[in-house]
Design a protein around this ligand. Structure first.
Ligand SMILES: [Zn+2]
Ligand SMILES: [Zn+2]
Length: 135
């Protein structure tokens, strides 16, 4: 892949440039991620905060996870597309929702977490790390 990669929300009001390869790509099957992705699981690219540049206004929503961690979510106020998540106690990393990338070939999860809550019909591919809950 040739960096930087570009991405945008569905309406195009929020745009970003990803400057280098994510640290890791993870699929999460927890019920919260099913809700936020409106799908069977969500995909997250763990990115160094200084390796991504955003343009456009975003809104923020926070919830407290079972672990006690704060989950911050940034989304486009016009189309509602989720752009990234973050933990305010770990400011060096953000959790990009990489389906908004222009070139989505990057999106191959190396780990699947919370498979204890996954949809029965979805089969985990071979060769990936699998965790019942959060590792
Ligand atoms: Zn938008
Ligand atoms: Zn999840």
């Amino acid at each position: 892949m040739n960096y930087p990669l570009t991405g945008a929300c569905q309406c195009g009001s929020v745009r970003y440039q990803l400057l280098s390869e994510p640290k890791m790509i993870v699929a999460c099957h927890c019920k919260e991620c099913q809700k936020l992705s409106t799908s069977a699981f969500s995909i997250t690219a763990l990115v160094n905060t200084d390796q991504i540049r955003f343009q456009g206004e975003m809104k923020e929503w926070r919830r407290t996870a079972d672990s006690g961690n704060i989950n911050g979510a940034m989304f486009c106020p016009t189309c509602g597309n989720r752009i990234y998540h973050f933990n305010p106690d770990e400011p060096d990393t953000l959790k990009l929702k990489p389906a908004s990338l222009t070139d989505t070939r990057l999106i191959k999860p190396v780990a699947h977490v919370w498979v204890s809550e996954k949809q029965d019909w979805y089969q985990i591919p071979e060769g990936v790390a699998v965790y019942d809950k959060q590792p």
